[in-house]
Design a protein around this ligand. Structure first.
Ligand SMILES: *Cc1c(COP(=O)(O)O)cnc(C)c1O
Length: 349
């Protein structure tokens, strides 16, 4: 197996790009209080957001770099992880030529983004216990395979992938292995961030949308080698993370005690809901979970979904997903919300 080489996997047109240089890129020290800024055609009257935001989001990155023990140049921020994932396609996958591998049942955006970018999506189903089939994945790899998407803990199944499977893919695939860790904060497992220096082809995405409680501000994070991040920086829109998002993220990232308490409460609620589900007769199977949701197999997913809607409770019906026949995904809410769910489940029992 050849070694990972960023020059081989980057699209030709992207390689020859220089990053677009915005007004604020050209003068980087724009915090400097006594400078007069007449470079970006902004309205000069201060209202808190009349200036363009920092295109490199340096202050947010500094906090993340410290918390995650990486360098700032190993971080790229996006308008949600969805933007980060799209940038990965656009940087590394040549439309109509290259392909990616995804492992259904999993997060739908990988396939959606593959379609939008006209990149083939080779699907290798997870095993019955929702683990990657490493041999089949490696067999599906061809010279045009650029990215393998792993979601761990996986949505909608809730489990995380075995370390040895992830390592086997990192070691034997010479394209990028993207590990989507949207739910890592709910898991006992460590983030793969700690292995970044070990594997140059490792890319990790995280988000402030789940455990951090900031889905509304749209902030996604990509951790990778400085080389991969430099390529992504070439193609990102200059002001892709707005000022309000940067400010709010900066404040929230300092609230570590509050975040950890919320995560602990959600996990405690998850564990008690798991126990209740054992006594619901129409629940046929409860899948192990390391996320803030539970996947259950029921007698009739469409019927149970409608039953719950009628009681004012909206869950996610995953029955059309491969290996998810009659499966429903339940997000863990507050104690009050979960009580409502439990009451409804008991009435239907
Ligand atoms: C929710 C979720 C995300 C988050 O996406 P954002 O665009 O950051 O809100 C990413 N990956 C998975 C698997 C998810 O379930």
């Amino acid at each position: 197996m050849e070694k990972f080489d960023i020059n081989i996997i980057t699209r030709e047109n992207v390689k020859s790009l220089k990053p677009y240089s915005s007004a604020r890129d050209e003068f980087e020290d724009f915090d400097t209080a006594d400078m007069v800024f007449l470079d970006a055609n902004e309205n000069p009257f201060e209202n808190g957001v009349n200036r363009y935001p920092d295109p490199q989001q340096n202050s947010v990155k500094q906090v993340l770099a410290k918390q995650k023990n990486v360098k700032s140049n190993q971080i790229l921020l996006g308008n949600g992880s969805d933007e980060v994932l799209d940038l990965l396609f656009r940087a590394f996958c040549e439309p109509k030529t290259d392909n990616v591998i995804t492992l259904p049942p999993t997060y739908g955006m990988y396939g959606v983004l593959a379609n939008i970018n006209d990149v083939e999506n080779k699907e290798v189903l997870l095993s019955e216990d929702f683990q990657p089939k490493v041999d089949q994945i490696l067999e599906a790899v061809d010279v045009n395979t650029k990215i393998i998407f792993l979601c761990s803990p996986n949505n909608p199944t809730g489990n995380s992938f075995l370390d040895e499977s992830v390592v086997a893919l990192l070691q034997n695939f010479k394209g990028l292995v993207v590990i989507d860790e949207a739910y890592i904060d709910f898991s006992k497992k460590e983030s793969w961030i700690n292995e970044l220096d070990e594997y140059p082809n490792l890319v990790i995405t995280q988000t402030l949308s789940k455990a951090y409680g900031l889905a509304g501000i749209r902030l996604g994070i990509c951790y990778a080698s400085a080389g991969v991040i430099a390529v992504l920086n070439k193609i990102k829109p200059p002001y892709n993370v707005n000022e309000l998002t940067q400010q709010r993220a900066g404040l929230r990232l300092k609230e570590t005690d509050e975040i950890n308490t919320e995560i602990a409460v959600i996990i405690e609620q998850r564990e008690s809901l798991l126990k209740v589900l054992l006594d619901i007769k129409f629940v046929k199977k409860i899948y192990p979970t390391e996320a803030n949701f539970i996947l259950v197999k029921v007698d009739n997913a469409n019927k149970r979904y409608d039953d719950l809607i009628a009681k004012g409770i909206v869950i996610r019906n995953r029955t059309t997903q491969p290996l998810c026949d009659n499966c429903l995904r339940l997000t863990i809410g507050t104690e009050v919300e979960n009580k409502k769910l439990i009451e409804a489940l008991k009435l239907l029992n």
